[in-house]
Design a protein around this ligand. Structure first.
Ligand code: AHM
Ligand code: MG
Length: 339
């Protein structure tokens, strides 16, 4: 048995690695952890609240209306960032516009946070894993002023930290500050995240692929070809591969990070630019993937190099084990050269 390292100990030990080692980012990461523990507790009680204590939309005993869990999570994270003092503004998948915090302390904050408070929310009602995804940038507007849209629309390569919290069979927080990826499991007995997955590396390849195959016939021919390859039979390459699709990006990504694999959400006629959000979902997970040795692309462009033009911008998304992503890129290129 070895000594337990808590997330807070780990953050403080690594503080010197940050580009501006003043402790602000450390405090911000600790705030994310605290908010996620509160949300984790709400997630664990979701079935009770909906089915025993009262359905969503009903008023509770205090006369307050029960809120949907994704709204509860959104508010919890916003509250933490608003009062934390390190963040001058946020943007969230739940809100149409970004929010600039106008109190004097927040206006001095050097960071903005972009996040998806509860990803995979269609899985809440069926007790399947969901998660929070976050991305942290240094502001580009001057400290002391209000946060601006330019603070929010930065390329993924400018992220100073990114991570996710998976509310799965256990609650895990995984993050990077650009010096590798580390994973922490919440020990409910002591209420602490403990280092459980140090220096995570994504296997270069695997036998697992992840895509909503209902979309296969309406996907790019290169993607169709790649999925056909995964399903083909060949002993030497261990094919057919196994299809795994949870429908919660965080959970599908987490599996790929640990076991290797590829996740694909292409452009389809109903979502011609792809379904997933560049700023709240794709960039943060791309940062983690690359830090763990994987890749993230639209099929044509490295995700983290896209210059965002709008907050809720969507992109086609291919993320995962390096060799598998490279093979999809080849399939796309070949299919395009035939047309
Ligand atoms: P959400 O942020 O509204 O939950 O949407 C994103 C989710 C991803 O977690 C998941 O991978 C994808 O949408 C599933 O979409 P589909 O049901 O079209 O396969
Ligand atoms: Mg989402």
């Amino acid at each position: 048995m070895s000594k337990i390292t808590t997330l807070n100990e780990f953050i403080l030990d690594r503080q010197a690695e940050f580009p501006f080692a003043t402790g602000e980012l450390s405090r911000l990461l600790s705030d994310v952890a605290v908010a996620s523990k509160i949300v984790s507790n709400d997630v664990r009680r979701a079935g009770l609240v909906d089915h025993i204590l009262g359905a969503q939309g009903e008023t509770n005993i205090q006369g307050e209306e029960q809120q949907k869990l994704d709204v509860v999570a959104d508010e919890q994270f916003i509250k933490m960032f608003r009062f934390g003092g390190e963040v001058c503004g946020i943007a969230s998948e739940e809100n149409d516009d970004f929010m600039a915090f106008e109190d004097e302390q927040s206006k001095k904050g050097n960071y903005v946070v972009l996040f998806d408070p509860l990803d995979g929310s269609s899985n809440i009602d069926v007790n399947v894993s969901i998660g929070t995804i976050f991305s942290i940038y240094r502001r580009v507007s001057p400290a002391g002023s209000s946060a601006t849209i330019a603070d929010m629309l930065q390329e993924g390569v400018k992220q100073v930290a990114a991570g996710y919290v998976l509310y799965g069979s256990s609650t895990m927080l995984v993050y990077t500050t650009g010096h590798g990826v580390n994973g922490f499991t919440l020990d409910p007995a002591i209420g602490e995240y403990c280092l459980s997955h140090p220096n995570m590396k994504m296997p270069e390849t695997s036998r697992l692929y992840s895509m909503n195959e209902g979309n296969i016939d309406i996907s790019h021919p290169g993607i169709q070809e790649y999925i056909k390859y995964c399903q083909g039979e060949e002993k030497a390459t261990g094919r057919p591969y196994s299809g795994r699709y949870i429908g919660s990006l965080v959970a599908d990504f987490h599996r790929s990070l640990i076991k290797g694999g590829i996740y694909i959400y292409p452009a389809v006629p109903s979502s011609p630019k792809g379904k997933l959000r560049l700023l709240y979902e794709c960039n943060p997970l791309a940062f983690i993937a690359e830090q763990a040795g994987g890749l993230a692309t639209t099929g044509y462009e490295r995700i983290m190099e896209i210059k965002p033009t709008e907050l809720h911008q969507r992109v086609p998304y291919i993320v995962g084990s390096k060799k598998m992503v490279q093979q999809v890129l080849n399939c796309i290129q070949q299919a395009d050269s035939r047309n």
